[in-house]
Design a binder for this molecule. Sequence first.
Ligand SMILES: [Zn+2]
Ligand SMILES: [Zn+2]
Length: 345
Amino acid sequence: MKAAVVYQKNDIRISEVPLPRAGRGEVIVKVRASGICATDVKILSGAGIPADLPAILGHEVAGTILELGPGTDEAGLRVGQRVAVYPIAACGKCIYCRQGRNSLCLSEHGLGHGDDGGFAEYVRIPAEVVRLGGVIDIGDMPFDLAAMIEPTSCCIAAAEQCGTKAGDTVVVVGVGPLGLLHTVVSTALGADVVCVDVNEERLAKARGLGAKRAVNPEKEDAAEVVRGMTGVGADVVIAAVGIPQVMESYLPLVRNAGVFNIFGGTPRGETMTVDPRWIHYGEIVLTGTFASSVGQFHRAFSFVSEHAEEIEAVISTRCGLDDILGAVQRVQRGQGTKSVLLFPE
Ligand SMILES: [Zn+2]
Ligand SMILES: [Zn+2]
């Protein structure tokens, strides 16, 4: 089969590799759509290159079931079924899994992270994912939309972590594809969303997706805009950027007893400064969200079904596996929003 194989930093090539077979408890999915995540691009550019190379990235996968391994009878799956795949092979037994926090699993691995991922014609789904109920039936949902379930689940995870509710003011810092999905999710929860980005095209998109205000900090002071809306600060600030200094500069936008969520991954070794007096006297909640749980993945499927039009609008580029390098470069240059690889039937 054809796959986009990472050989080393900045070296990804379309190669012919053996077709995976389903071992005990495993499932083989014929990939039909695979989303390109900022995390993949970060990995490809050298920040956290996988330990075991060559590797196949891609953790936002939808397709059809090609093969069911022995011991999957209980999973309720069938060959040819249209599915989306939760990418984390969480154990289901450790302290975190028992709390429903699979992204913190003590023995975590998964698609594009220890296991070959979805930038390939076929992908082997680990037995843990099957056991968790992480291979879900998508009915007649289009595959490109189904590839958006995973990134949407991360935004739902953040909203749950922040306790976002109707009437809240939510500031989303950084309006890339995930910032746009945060806008859709928080707006659906009944919050007033303020998006902040220097990219006017993305701000326009955020407005179209329901943002109450879209602020370009080069032209307007976001803190003033928020104070003008609430009289204090924001109930929730989601930092969907990967730069600690930018995150730091938006800390003051949270009101007392509000929640600041570090959503974007940042480069190793880079730090930000937080005044403990601000947390103490302001009773600020400082939190982070990484990936999602299998439960949030299921909720994301329902959410994407109900908000298909908005989620669809976040996708800017659909291309084939052969175009993956161009798609990665577009993400690096900040062009477009979400890129999804599509595979023929
Ligand atoms: Zn991702
Ligand atoms: Zn676990």
